[in-house]
Design a protein around this ligand. Sequence first.
Ligand SMILES: NC(=O)c1ccc[n+]([C@@H]2O[C@H](COP(=O)([O-])OP(=O)(O)OC[C@H]3O[C@@H](n4cnc5c(N)ncnc54)[C@H](OP(=O)(O)O)[C@@H]3O)[C@@H](O)[C@H]2O)c1
Length: 334
Amino acid sequence: MTNVAVVGATGAVGETILRVLEERAFPVERLGAFASRDRTAAVQFRGQTHDVQATSFERLAPYDVVLFAGGDDASKDLGRRLAEAGKLVADNSSTYRMQSDVPLVVPDVNPHALRAARLAPVANCSTIQLVLALKPLRDAAGLRSVRVASYQSVSGAGRPALERLEVEERALHGPQPVDAQTPFPSAIARNVIPQIGSFDDAGNCTEETKIIEETRKILELPALHVAATTVRVPVRYAHSEAVFVETEREIAVEELAAALAAQPGVKFVADGIVTPRDVEGQDTVYVGRLRAEEGSRRHFQVWVVGDNLRIGAATTAVRLAELMLAARRAESAA
Ligand SMILES: NC(=O)c1ccc[n+]([C@@H]2O[C@H](COP(=O)([O-])OP(=O)(O)OC[C@H]3O[C@@H](n4cnc5c(N)ncnc54)[C@H](OP(=O)(O)O)[C@@H]3O)[C@@H](O)[C@H]2O)c1
């Protein structure tokens, strides 16, 4: 049994981590719930109410496994320090993802890269579902370029963003006060916003840069051409992506369908459509609308949908902790 700390336990991802730990019967002996400040009886785990404590190294030190979902500020000083102190750390922030000595692993894509790591960043939510769809295509025909347009749910920006959508939706149906403070650069109700994060000099926003860099690292294709436009849409849960792929080698669309159907963690939808509402609360990434562009044997399109809070964050964090724990147990047994 293991002592497990969840940092950011009151947030959208942290709360989902608590549910995933329960569902997967993670061997939790003692649970610690942490956030930016102390609160009494603020979260539930296995039918019991738990207090939440402000986060510090000293308070986290008694735990064997630390799952961070508290934003960049929560883990940037503590993640590596805890791993160096022998803790197993999974971190949903972007702090460690692109550091060259830290592996970036999606369990059904590149588990080999984890090796004996004690610090495992969870990749960006849009990137996780993208690479799950791309891996079988890479293995079947190689990848020359990937272009993606995303349609990302508001829960991807956390609990305050979900609350903001609700406030704006209510205001559409009558005179309701709408605070000027919003996590979004524009109105989100009945709108779409082509900006997630801040813009760099080249005109890419942060979310786009994460997709480009992290996809290359996870797929071990450092020269892969990746382009992204990321868009926030007024959907509560689950991100969608329209993905345009150019393969290295010619291949029949039927062979790509077979490769997608065989990919663990992916459900290939051969007929019909799948929408964010269909996948809420699931760990499976759905890939559909596979087609070749005008009969091409090298240019293909797919539609990819996954729950950002589950496979895009919490479930992947818990699975990384499971893999690190198994590796540590195997090492102690050897
Ligand atoms: N939402 C997603 O789909 C998603 C997907 C992948 C990755 N992520 C990443 O996961 C992390 C959490 O996101 P979220 O969507 O769950 O956000 P959220 O709903 O806003 O929750 C943030 C949580 O972090 C806590 N927190 C904030 N600052 C902290 C600090 N300095 N030390 C300790 N705890 C702190 C908050 O506690 P208080 O309540 O005390 O402020 C709250 O529990 C972020 O790094 C985000 O980028 C999110």
